[in-house]
Structures are given as C-alpha cells and as structure tokens.
Design a protein around this ligand. Structure first.
Ligand SMILES: [Zn+2]
Length: 137
C-alpha cells in the first residue's frame, strides 16, 4: 500500500456530490482556493465558530472584526464586511444569497464565475490570515 501522506479522515463520506467536486477539480487554475473551497463544502473550514465548537476556543467563536457576530463559514468567506467588500466590488449585481448559493453549489456556476469565485475566495482567505496574524502579535 503506497498511501503516503494520505489522511483517510479527510476523504471519508464527503457530504458533497462528486459532481460538485468535479466542477472545482476541472477548473484550469484555482491554486489554493481549491483547498479552501473543498474545506468549505466539507464543513472543515477553520472558522472561529467551528474551532470554538471543536476545541472550546475562547471568545465564543465571534468574528474579531465584527463584535457579537459569530464567525461562521459564510461569515468568514462572504458576509463579513471585510470579505463582502471584495465580493460586491466584483459582483455588484449579486446579493449575499446568490453568492452563498454559488459557494455551496459550484457546479451551478458558469465556469467564468467559478474562476472568479475561486480568485475572490483566495483573496479573502489571504486577507483574513494577514489580519489574524496582525491581531495576534
Ligand atoms: Zn466579521
């Protein structure tokens, strides 16, 4: 068995249809967004709400940019004002519900939109971690 660094827990019974996953895998270039998107679809994104639930992290899983707002996956990736800035400037005609639907069902998006989603998600992710490091030091 040459399974190498294969982590079986990451691949067990994904709640995501293979069609959705294929719609991402088929993209010509998505870089690290593929990992982020995969984690989002498999409910494995390290949002504060999830970390709080999993590990009992302090601060009740609240967004550090928005006091009293739970940092859910959707908040982190799209509805936090810091993230929403990027989505709304790229897709001024889409509302949060449409963005959320596209995020959770990438196969429903035209391929150009899927690529833009991946790019924006990757930007949001980088900015998120840059802020987190700045806040922790
Ligand atoms: Zn926020």
């Amino acid at each position: 068995m040459a399974s190498g660094g294969f982590h079986s827990e990451d691949y067990s019974t994904p709640p995501v249809s293979s069609e959705e996953w294929k719609s991402l895998w088929d993209l010509p270039y998505v870089g690290k967004a593929l990992t982020i998107w995969w984690r989002l679809l498999h409910r494995k994104l390290p949002s504060r709400m999830r970390l709080h639930t999993w590990y009992g992290l302090p601060n009740q899983g609240l967004c550090h940019a928005c006091p009293d707002t739970p940092e859910t996956d959707l908040h982190l990736i799209a509805s936090c004002p810091l993230a929403w800035q990027k989505w709304s400037s790229f897709f001024p005609a889409k509302n949060l519900e449409e963005i959320a639907r596209g995020l959770l069902s990438p196969s429903s998006l035209p391929v150009e939109d899927r690529l833009s989603f991946a790019k924006i998600m990757s930007d949001v992710w980088s900015a998120y971690w840059a802020r987190s490091f700045a806040a922790d030091t």
